[in-house]
Design a protein around this ligand. Structure first.
Ligand code: PAF
Length: 303
C-alpha cells in the first residue's frame, strides 16, 4: 500500500521481497533505520517510541505482529486487540516510513521455528516465572525482526523492564549489532501505564487499575524518605494493592537492575517490578528507585 510519495507502507506483506524493496528505498544507500517493534493496537506509548526513533535514525520502521510464540496456552493470543488499518494510519501520521505487518506464514514459514532464542536464567525471573516460554517467544521474534529489517537501532518501552533487559543482553551475547534504546513509560493522567491490554478493563476495573502505579510510587516515595528495607517497601506496596477490590498481585519484587536478583536492601537504581491481575487482565509496571528524583539514575539503569 502506498500512501503518497513520502510514505511507503508495507501492510500484510505476503512476501519478504516487498520488505526488502521498501528497506532499500528507505536506506537509499546510507540512510539509517530505527525499528519500533510492536504487536499493534498502537497507543501513545508506542507513538512516543516512534518520536524517539525519529531522533535516532534517518527513518523509522514499525513492525506490527501479534507473536503467537510469546503467548501461553491460556493467554490472550486469540483475543489480543488487532487494528491494523488504524495502526498504519497512526504510525505513518507520527512519521514512520514503513510498517511491516507480516502474517503468520511470512514470519513463521515452518509454523514453529526449530531454532529459538533461549533467554537463560534472566528469563526465569519475575514475569518469566509465571509465563513459561514467554521470553523465548519474545527473543525469537525480535531476533527475526532484526534479521529481516537489519535496523541500526531499536526502541523498546521501560514498562516491559525484563523484556528490554533480555533484548539488550541477547544483542550483547549474540553480537547482533543493533543499538537498543529504552524509553520511559508513558502514563495516563492518573499514572496508569499505557498498555494495549488496558482496552480489556471494565470501568470499575479501570478505576482500580491506577492502584498499581500508586502502590509502586508509594514505595518509591518511602525509599526516597530513607526506607531501604525491601520487606517494608514490599509491605507498603501490598497494603496499597489490597485497598483495591479488583486488584490481585501476582508478584512484586525489588531486584538488581542487571541481574534481576532480589535485594534485601534497596539502592538507587534498584527496580521494583510487579504484575497484578485487575479482574482477568494482567497488568505489569515497575519503578526504578530514586529515578523520579534524580534522572541520572534512570540513565544508569540498564533497561
Ligand atoms: O513488547 C511487545 O509489544 C512485544 O513483546 C514485542 C517486543 C513487539 C515482541 O513481540
Amino acid at each position: 500500500v502506498s500512501l503518497g510519495p513520502t510514505l511507503s507502507v508495507v501492510t500484510v506483506a505476503d512476501s519478504r521481497e516487498a520488505l526488502e524493496k521498501e528497506l532499500a528505498t528507505l536506506r537509499g544507500g546510507s540512510g539509517t533505520v530505527a525499528l519500533v517493534p510492536t504487536m499493534g493496537a498502537l497507543h501513545e506509548g508506542h507513538l512516543t517510541l516512534i518520536d524517539r526513533a525519529k531522533e535516532l535514525a534517518d527513518s523509522v520502521a514499525v513492525s506490527v505482529f501479534v507473536n503467537r510464540l510469546q503467548f501461553g496456552p491460556n493467554e490472550d493470543f486469540r483475543t489480543y486487540p488487532r487494528a491494523l488499518e488504524r495502526d498504519v494510519r497512526l504510525a505513518t501520521e507520527r512519521g514512520a516510513r514503513l510498517v511491516f505487518a507480516p502474517d503468520e506464514t511470512v514470519m513463521y514459514p515452518r509454523a514453529t521455528p526449530d531454532i529459538q532464542v533461549e533467554p537463560g536464567r534472566l528469563g526465569d525471573r519475575l514475569c518469566g516465572a509465571f509465563r513459561p516460554g514467554h521470553f523465548r517467544g519474545v527473543l525469537t521474534v525480535v531476533a527475526k525482526l532484526f534479521g529481516l529489517l537489519r535496523p541500526d537501532v531499536a526502541i523498546f518501552g521501560r514498562k516491559d523492564y525484563q523484556q528490554a533487559l533480555l533484548i539488550r543482553r541477547m544483542v550483547e551475547d549474540l553480537d547482533l549489532g543493533v543499538r537498543i534504546e529504552v524509553a520511559p513509560t508513558v502514563r495516563e493522567h492518573d499514572g496508569l501505564a499505557l498498555s494495549s491490554r488496558n482496552a480489556y478493563l471494565s470501568a470499575p476495573e479501570r478505576a482500580d487499575a491506577l492502584g498499581l502505579w500508586r502502590a509502586l510510587d508509594a514505595a518509591d516515595r518511602l525509599f526516597r524518605g530513607g526506607e531501604v528495607r525491601s520487606q517494608s517497601l514490599l509491605a507498603a506496596f501490598q497494603e496499597r494493592i489490597a485497598a483495591h477490590a479488583h486488584l490481585a498481585p501476582q508478584y512484586v519484587e525489588i531486584v538488581h537492575p542487571d541481574t534481576l536478583t532480589p535485594l534485601e536492601s534497596a539502592v538507587p537504581g534498584a527496580v521494583m517490578a510487579a504484575a497484578v491481575f485487575c479482574g482477568s487482565t494482567r497488568l505489569i509496571d515497575n519503578v526504578v528507585f530514586g529515578a523520579a528524583a534524580d534522572p541520572r539514575i534512570a540513565v544508569g539503569s540498564r533497561a
